[in-house]
Design a protein around this ligand. Structure first.
Ligand SMILES: Nc1ncnc2c1ncn2[C@@H]1O[C@H](COP(=O)(O)OP(=O)(O)O)[C@@H](O)[C@H]1O
Ligand SMILES: [Mg+2]
Length: 282
């Protein structure tokens, strides 16, 4: 569905995005994971036709994006990082207006509002909306014309946990409908949970690209964490899982039936990110 070949882009004299290559299949969720300033939104803007002066090729749905015309937007949906809504219009009026820009059959406004829990707020002006409500409205605005390819820039940022959960469930549901989704995030939990493939982005370059699972397996160092009582006080120790059999303490505690709890602690996607890029996600 998407082929990106040797793409470079510069805002000024110096190239910022350099030699980016990746493919996304139909029905996949592909993520850009990286800290603030890494170039995630810039990549989204290249893919969505807003920065057509890139070098290389970006083919989305058989269209070379730098040569796109307005019909390109009939088949893609874009949820920008910062909501682009008319503050003086209500949520319903915003959705009707943006829907009127497409020539395709639309999803009903009520269905969209209901999807993100805004049905009761449809007649409120957007200026009265909280940040999280605006971000949910901006998200459904991207879905109104049933696009096959959906670009989401930090879709869960600024949302409370229950709305972030709801958003992730909708994204997974869109995937199950066969939609192709490109998502940017600096949240490793979102990337691990949602993405089939994730690209680690730093300074405009891809430093690693694979499924979150394979990336996590590439880092050794699963640890075993165990708790036990010692003189009435709960103690915690941990050991590398590969060295459990050399841990005399754990053997003794097992013999004496004194283990209170035990669990394994796998490396997270952020651990792998730090190992491969030398940088944190924040
Ligand atoms: N329009 C612009 N003109 C010049 N520099 C820009 C512009 N937009 C973004 N940048 C710079 O490009 C870098 C990457 O920005 P961005 O792609 O927004 O990163 P991210 O989305 O990963 O936080 C930043 O250093 C930012 O200051
Ligand atoms: Mg960004």
């Amino acid at each position: 569905m998407i082929q990106v070949k040797n793409v470079s882009f510069s805002y000024g004299a110096k190239p910022f995005i350099e030699h980016i290559n990746f493919n996304v299949d139909k029905g996949e969720i592909f993520g850009f994971l990286g800290p603030s300033g890494a170039g995630k939104s810039t990549l989204q803007k290249i893919l969505t036709g807003l920065l057509p002066t890139y070098l290389g090729n970006v083919i989305v749905n058989s269209i070379e994006v730098k040569k796109h015309d307005n019909s390109y937007y009939e088949n893609i949906g874009v949820d920008f990082e910062f909501p682009s809504l008319y503050e003086r219009l209500t949520a319903v009026e915003n959705l009707r207006f943006f829907g009127s820009l497409y020539s395709k059959p639309l999803i009903s406004v009520d269905e969209l509002l209901n999807m993100v829990g805004l049905l009761q707020d449809g007649d409120k002006k957007v200026s009265e909306f909280s940040k999280g409500m605006k971000s949910r409205l901006n998200f459904i605005k991207a879905l109104i014309h049933r696009p096959d390819v959906i670009f989401l820039d930090e879709p869960t940022s600024g949302l409370d946990p229950s709305n972030a959960r709801r958003m992730k469930d909708i994204i997974l549901d869109l995937k199950s409908q066969g939609k192709t989704i490109i998502i940017t995030t600096h949240n490793m939990h979102d990337a691990s949970e949602l993405c089939d493939k994730v690209a680690f982005i730093i300074d405009g370059k891809i430093k690693a690209l694979d499924s979150p699972r394979k990336l996590m397996m590439s880092k050794k160092g699963t640890r075993i964490v165990y708790n036990y009582m010692e003189n009435g006080i709960l103690q915690e120790r941990e050991t590398l899982s590969s060295e459990t059999c050399k841990d005399d303490m754990i053997k003794k505690l097992l013999d004496e039936n004194r283990i209170v709890s035990i669990h394994s602690k796998e490396p997270t996607l952020e651990d792998v990110f730090i190992e491969l890029t030398g940088r944190n996600l924040q």
